[in-house]
Every structure is written in C-alpha cells, then in structure tokens.
Design a protein around this ligand. Structure first.
Ligand code: MRU
Length: 343
C-alpha cells in the first residue's frame, strides 16, 4: 500500500490517485479519480491537470500506483510512453518520466518506482521553496507585479514558481498588488490565479490580456513574473501564449521581466526556442469559450483559427531566470550557462 500524499491539486488516498479538476475551478472543487493511463492522458489533454511540474508529477504518481497494483515492466514501459506523448511542450514531463524509466530498470522495480515518484514530489516542493526564496529577494517593497497564466500551488506540488515568488514576497510585506492577466484562451489567470490569490488574501486586479499595455503605460507595473515550460540552451523560454507579448511590452516600458522555474525546466538539447515543440490546440478554444460556467461559441462556424498553446520569448527580452539554483543573469546566459546541464 502506498503512503497517502496531499498537494493543492493532487492527492493519493488509499492507493488511488486523485486530481483536482482545474477546468471546473473556481466554480466547483471537483476531485477526479485517476485509475488508468488513458484517463490521465485525457485529463492532461483537457487541462484538468495542467502546469509543467504538475503534469510530470501526476504521470509519475500514476506509474507508481500501477506498480503498486502489480503492473509488470512491459506494462509500465508502455504506460510511460503513452504518458510521455500526452503534451509536447513542458519538458518537466519528459524529465520526470526519464527518472521513472530508470526506476523501472531497478531490481525490486515496484518499490523503486514508488519511491522515485514520492521523491519527485518532495523535490518539486523543495524546488518551489528555493525559487520563492531566490525570487522574493528581487521584489522591491511596495511592488505592483503582473503575472500571466497560473504558476501557483495548483500547477506544482509546492508553493508554485512565479506565483510562489509573489506569495513569498507578499509574506515579506513587499507586494502592493498583483495584476492578473486573464490568459486567453483557457483563462488560467482569470480562473485559477485569481482563485489562488483570493485564497491567500493577496490583493489583485484581473485584466484582459489586452489591458496589460495600459497598466504599464500608466506606470502601474513594477515587474512581470511568469513561469516556463521549457528553457532552451540559449535562454529562450517557452511559456503560455501571451508571455512573449508581455516581454515586448516590458522592454518598451523599461519594466523588469523575470522567468521563474525549477532547473528541471531547462533543456540543453534545444539549441534555441525554435527547437521547442509547440502544442497546437483545438479551434473551439478560440472561437468561443467553455467550462463549468457554461459554454458559448461566438465566431462564425467557418472561422479559420490559429491556436498555439505556448509562445517563445527570446532570451534578449528576459531580465533574469530565477531558478531554485540561483538567479541567472543575461550576462551569464550570453556566456553560455544554459548550454550545459545545470546539475
Ligand atoms: O497550458 P498550461 O496551463 O499547462 O500552461 C501552463 C504554463 O504555461 C505555466 O506558466 C508553466 O507550465 C509553468 S507552471 C509552474
């Protein structure tokens, strides 16, 4: 039997994996059981489970559950391959599954697979804490911070990455307020970040993505904090669609633009951002909106749609890469720090 485990958006109870449906939040807190690989892949693709670290952790924990139920090596290897193909952009999934693949090769496979999944969860918590500590040092007292998508406890096993920094800086009394981009098309900001900030009693104002420029032009944004799905060897960063817009705006307005991520989001095998696979999603996410609040399609039936889930922010627009291992500066990136493995 596996030990119980609880995080904001996933838990293990009596040997079963449960995920908090991030498409139903904040209208409903719906915990969904995850019994099979097919079920988890479907939840990942529907963004019921989402956020780079959480995708990797949920996949690893499901492999552990299957191992605890007696799955053999071939079955676990096949499951791992299916999970690996669930979403392409976040490298955390691939990195976690590489670790799980090694555990599958160990003598006493089931115990090794279970132990590795728990280790990954514990590590993620520590990485989040370290990022929050590093990042909050960069936040000046009285800051009005802007963030995009959701990078908090919902997206990780710990306090989060960019939102973890904001949370820690708020605990240290440095945050005057947070601008939350709603993050079209799937509204991770408007639904999830707004919900998390509310739970934490951190003051925020929700804006449509197109309003960020005005907030900056009015001098009401002191720094921008975003997460990452993959950091290439030249420092380019793939993150939620709309991140690149913010980086361009930040440069124009002279506002620092920080990326917060665990070192495990770095992928030295991608020479630059053009090598990062970008997930393309269904047109219906752009032609309308749907969720537990209801659904509505407003575009003409025949509308042609472009719907990349992520964009790439060039390294030259980034003021600092805030990792658990420390803050990487543009000068260090120019000198090639991301070209080698970080640990
Ligand atoms: O499509 P999503 O919601 O999984 O995209 C999430 C993001 O882009 C986050 O910024 C990133 O995964 C970091 S989460 C700590």
């Amino acid at each position: 039997m596996m030990k119980d485990l609880a995080a904001t958006s996933l838990k293990l109870n009596d040997g079963r994996l449960w995920i908090l449906d991030q498409q139903a939040l904040p209208q409903q807190s719906l915990w969904l059981p995850c019994e099979s690989v097919e079920e988890l892949v479907s939840h990942i693709r529907a963004l019921k489970v989402r956020g780079a670290p959480l995708i990797g952790l949920s996949a690893s924990l499901l492999l552990a559950v299957l191992a605890s139920r007696g799955a053999d090596k071939a079955e676990l290897q096949q499951s791992l391959l299916t999970l690996r193909a669930s979403r392409p952009t976040a490298v955390n999934l691939m990195n976690n599954l590489d670790r799980m693949a090694q555990a599958i090769e160990q003598p006493g496979m089931a115990a090794a697979v279970i132990a590795e999944a728990y280790r990954l969860v514990e590590e993620d918590r520590r990485l989040c804490d370290a990022i929050a500590d590093q990042g909050s040092e960069l936040v000046k007292p009285g800051s009005r911070l802007l963030t995009h998508c959701n990078t908090g406890g919902l997206a990780t096993a710990g306090v989060g990455t960019a939102l973890g920094v904001i949370r820690r800086a708020h605990e240290r009394g440095k945050v005057a307020g947070v601008w939350v981009d709603e993050t079209r098309p799937l509204l991770q900001g408007g639904r999830l970040t707004a919900w998390e900030l509310g739970q934490l009693n951190i003051p925020y104002q929700l804006i449509c993505d197109s309003m960020a420029a005005v907030a900056m032009a009015r001098g009401e944004v002191d720094a921008i904090w975003v997460g990452a799905d993959r950091i290439a060897a030249n420092g380019d960063v793939a993150n939620k669609i709309g991140t690149y817009n913010l980086a361009v705006l930040a440069r124009h307005h002279g506002i620092p633009f920080y990326v917060a991520a665990p070192h495990t989001t770095h992928d030295p095998a991608c020479v630059d951002g053009s090598a990062i696979p970008i997930e393309q999603r269904e047109p219906t996410e752009v032609t309308g909106v749907s969720g537990s609040f209801g659904s509505c399609q407003w575009a003409p039936e025949q509308a042609q749609v472009f719907n990349p889930a992520f964009d790439v922010t060039p390294a030259g627009l980034i003021s600092g890469w805030v990792l658990d291992t420390g803050v990487v500066t543009p000068q260090q990136v120019e000198a090639g720090i991301f070209k080698q493995a970080l640990r």
